[in-house]
Design a protein around this ligand. Structure first.
Ligand code: NAD
Length: 295
């Protein structure tokens, strides 16, 4: 019923210019994806090195497109020129949407959202790429919560089709419709979900990780589990490898958020393999070792 209601409403913002806050793994990827689909993006960070890395990554991705014949030299040059790295909010007055992708810290996000809202056009939309913070909580720092929602991309942004569009209590249908349209323009597959711990994907993923860590506790060989889930069951990778990609720090934090949100279903009675990896600094690919050793 809700879906039909949203579909019946039209988007009230046609996104032609975007601003991404944060030029890290996600912000850089979001700016690239937007620019590669014809929506210029301002990429704002507080750290010049992060901006440099974000641009390098975008140039690399455009270069791959050129190498595999997906884009022309002109399209590559145009795409790169349409990402504007900056340390200031100077050009925010012309933006249709702000996608916040700064560090996963509620206090930092609240202050960034508040500041940007006071500088951007009143009718522009503001989204957060948070993985674990409640959209309703973040909305409390804003004057126009009806123009705010979650826009949760997955890593790596250019490869993962899904984007969760998270509706807060006060988000308007027009905002949701506009963000759905922008995600589609970016070549992504949006799903609209309500605000709750884990949104949609982590509510599926974390019980799966929980099942996996219990199997390991019962004596299963994690490499065998991965082999069966990937080679035989047909998923792109098994749970141990996926946890190495996600990172034990991120995974552990998300597991805590899920346990807090759903204590009856997601609480643990003892440490699991993710905790043990984390305590031994084996965060996964980012530290060179997790379940597997890299490099
Ligand atoms: P990251 O650490 O790679 O990047 C964060 C960037 O934010 C850094 O470059 C930092 O300098 C910048 N920053 C900090 N304060 C800022 C401010 N006030 N203004 C502008 N920039 C600021 O982090 P990430 O992995 O890209 O994660 C960003 C967000 O995306 C988080 O909310 C995270 O939960 C979410 N997310 C991450 C993943 C993932 O797999 N990494 C997946 C989905 C969502």
């Amino acid at each position: 019923k809700k879906k039909a209601k949203i579909a019946a409403k039209t988007a009230n913002v046609d996104v032609k210019n975007a601003t991404v806050l944060g030029a890290g793994i996600m912000g850089g990827g979001i700016a690239y994806q937007s620019a590669s689909r014809g929506v210029p993006a301002i990429m704002k960070d507080i750290n010049p090195e992060a901006l440099e890395q974000g641009m390098d990554e975008a140039i690399k991705l455009f270069g791959k497109g050129l190498k595999y014949g997906k884009i022309s030299t002109e399209k590559m040059a145009k795409g790169i020129a349409s990402i504007k790295p900056t340390l200031s909010y100077d050009e925010i007055k012309h933006t249709d949407i702000v996608v916040e992708a700064v560090v996963e810290n509620p206090k930092v996000k609240e202050s960034v959202l508040k500041e940007v809202e006071s500088l951007m056009p009143e009718d522009a939309i503001i989204c957060s790429n948070t993985s674990t913070i409640s959209i309703d909580r973040l909305a409390k720092s804003l004057q126009r919560p009806e123009k705010f929602c979650g826009m949760h991309f997955f890593n790596p942004v250019h490869k993962m089709p899904l984007v969760e569009i998270i509706r807060g209590e006060k988000t308007s249908d027009e905002t949701i419709a506009s963000v759905v349209a922008y995600a589609s323009k970016m070549g992504k597959s949006p799903v609209v979900v309500n605000d709750c711990p884990g949104f949609f994907v982590n509510r599926v993923l974390f019980p799966y990780f929980g099942g996996f860590t219990k199997l390991v506790r019962d004596g299963a060989d994690f490499q065998q589990v991965d082999k069966v889930m990937s080679k035989k069951f047909g998923w792109p990778m098994g749970p141990a490898y996926l946890l190495d990609v996600v990172g034990m720090d991120t995974g552990r934090h998300a597991a805590e958020v899920m346990a807090e949100g759903f204590p009856d279903r997601m609480s643990k009675d003892e440490k699991d393999a993710i905790d043990v990896m984390f305590e031994n600094d084996r965060y996964g690919q980012k530290t060179g070792s997790g379940f597997y050793v890299y490099g």
